[in-house]
Ligand binder design. Structure first.
Ligand SMILES: [Zn+2]
Ligand SMILES: [Zn+2]
Ligand SMILES: [Zn+2]
Ligand SMILES: [Zn+2]
Length: 140
């Protein structure tokens, strides 16, 4: 008899724990970044087991997966809800306070579990560069 993979069986609790430790310290990490941090700590895991554990953690609602720019998925812990703003120029992502939690809970016919809101704009660093560039161009 072949041994069937039981979906509800805890996959690898150690890998999950390690991933959560990484995400505790690093806001929004990609799979390569998670692997890199673990490797720096002298822990080597293969990509597949990382993906499997991330999938499991996502199913359990412990982490969130989001794509901001390009197509790389970034992971973060789901506790302490916040939203994100992304700079269109340098692609920097910052955590911002959520301002619309209550309104979203009032959508008829839906129980809202959680949400991801992304605000797009330009960060102050990029704005300064732009302003300086504009000034420089005006002078010449
Ligand atoms: Zn989510
Ligand atoms: Zn920027
Ligand atoms: Zn975040
Ligand atoms: Zn929010």
């Amino acid at each position: 008899m072949p041994v069937l993979y039981n979906k509800d069986m805890p996959r690898n609790p150690i890998v999950s724990k390690k991933i959560k430790d990484v995400l505790q310290k690093k806001h929004l990490a990609s799979v390569p970044q998670i692997l890199e941090i673990l490797e720096k700590n002298g822990e080597k895991y293969n990509k597949t087991s990382i993906y499997r554990s991330l999938e499991k953690l996502h199913e359990k609602g412990e982490i969130c997966r989001q794509t901001f720019s390009g197509n790389e998925s970034l992971y973060e812990l789901r506790k302490d809800h916040h939203d994100h703003a992304i700079c269109k120029s340098c692609k920097k992502i910052v955590a911002i306070e959520c301002t619309h939690k209550k309104e979203e809970q009032r959508i008829p016919g839906f129980f809202i579990d959680h949400h991801h809101t992304i605000l797009y704009g330009i960060c102050s660093d990029c704005l300064i560069i732009k302003e300086e560039l504009r000034k420089a161009l005006n002078v010449s």
